[in-house]
Ligand binder design. Structure first.
Ligand code: FEO
Length: 387
């Protein structure tokens, strides 16, 4: 049972899910994921979000233990995505007197997801509205598109707690011993990355608050050095590179494109590039490749030609980057083609549609396998990348 005290008045009642195969139907979560839920105890009791239906029984056990026979007065619904809101109807039916707090969009979605009439106990809030629980006061701030349109965050004024919805969350169950940064970054760029402008708006609202702790819907509660986490979100949402270095993403059929990618990596290291990561897109985690593309200031895409275009896994990678708003990076292209190479043209076309991409004019073309002339072209690309 994971019910535990966060402060004298706030309990954690969320759950770890370590059996899910793919989070949101597509993301590998080797260390699982937590669905965070909280309860605030005062004259009135507020439950802050529910959890994925997969973990309903465990969550209800945690909540019941925290309630210890009392009845919640309010359920605050920050986000209607089913990893948090699957149990809204279940809780509403269990506690018929409990009011449900959300904004206009929240209640539209509740009507879409559930067959339950909450009209007599819906508390509709908008930007800046407050709800008193007694000594604790909740103030609501809208955070549309971080990560759905109905998202709102809640600031508890007495203890200065920011219930931040998906923002500042990470992959990984709470009992996983790992740093916040890597899995928070992979989570951010793949899930919220498209909405940098909206994250900036939320950060501006947060900057006006005195925050003692951030309580997200996934991952650990953040209580120390909050400027570090806020600073990372600021860099990421402005689409600025976090790390000076090169990420090489390759898609190789028989290994020759992979050899060219590794040869370029060696040349870059020889020229003083200290931070470099290389990924086989067909075999390694696509979400981590997307994360790395955003993390570094330079990117190399290397792929075989295929069916008059580019090898599909590279096309998928570039589509992910386009959809997540990839921009403002220096990019070099390596293609392979035994006859009529087409990958370079295809990758250039996709990258040209992205904002602020500084594309190397010369595409390195591997004709089947690396030869001395190929290595000379790769050396020129390395020079351009390190100029
Ligand atoms: Fe964790 Fe957007 O749901």
């Amino acid at each position: 049972m994971q019910q535990r005290k966060i402060t004298d008045s706030v309990a954690y009642v969320g759950v770890d899910d370590k059996t899910i195969d793919l989070f949101e139907g597509q993301y590998d979560v080797p260390n699982g994921i937590s669905y965070n839920s909280y309860a605030i105890f005062d004259e009135k009791i507020a439950v802050m979000d529910t959890v994925d239906a997969r973990m309903a029984d465990e969550w209800l056990a945690n909540l019941d233990a925290a309630l210890d026979g009392r009845t919640p007065d309010y359920l605050i619904v920050s986000h209607m995505e089913p990893d948090h809101a699957s149990c809204v109807a279940l809780l509403a039916e269990r506690f018929p007197q409990m009011k449900v707090v959300g904004n206009a969009k929240t209640f539209t979605m509740i009507g879409q997801f559930f067959d339950i009439d909450l009209s007599a106990r819906a508390v509709m809030v908008k930007e800046g509205d407050t709800l008193s629980l007694g000594e604790h006061t909740l103030r609501f701030f809208m955070a549309p598109m971080v990560h759905w349109p109905e998202v709102m965050v809640t600031y508890e004024e007495r203890e200065k707690l920011l219930f931040s919805a998906d923002a500042f969350g990470k992959f990984g169950a709470l009992d996983t011993d790992e740093e916040w940064l890597c899995e928070a970054r992979r989570y951010y760029f793949n899930i919220v990355g498209k909405y940098g402008a909206q994250v900036q708006s939320l950060l501006k609202k947060a900057a006006a608050l005195d925050i003692a702790a951030i309580l997200p819907l996934h991952g650990p509660i953040l209580t120390e050095n909050l400027a570090y986490y806020l600073g990372k979100y600021d860099i990421w949402s402005r689409y600025e590179p976090e790390t000076k270095g090169v990420f090489i993403a390759y898609a190789s059929i028989y290994g020759n494109t992979a050899k060219a990618a590794h040869a370029l990596a060696d040349m870059l290291r020889a020229k003083g590039v200290e931070k470099l990561e290389i990924s086989d897109l067909a075999r390694e985690d696509m979400a981590e490749a997307v994360e790395n593309a955003f993390r570094y200031d330079r990117l190399v895409v290397a792929a075989s030609s295929y069916d008059g275009g580019v090898f599909p896994v590279m096309e998928h990678f570039l589509l992910h980057l386009r959809d997540k708003g990839f921009r403002n990076r220096r990019v070099a292209i390596v293609e392979n083609g035994s006859w009529a190479p087409s990958a370079g043209r295809c990758m250039r076309c996709m990258l040209s549609d992205m904002k602020g991409i500084d594309l190397c004019d010369n595409t390195v073309t591997v004709r089947s396998a690396c030869k001395p002339e190929t290595l000379r072209e790769l050396e020129a690309a390395a020079d351009w990348l390190t100029a």
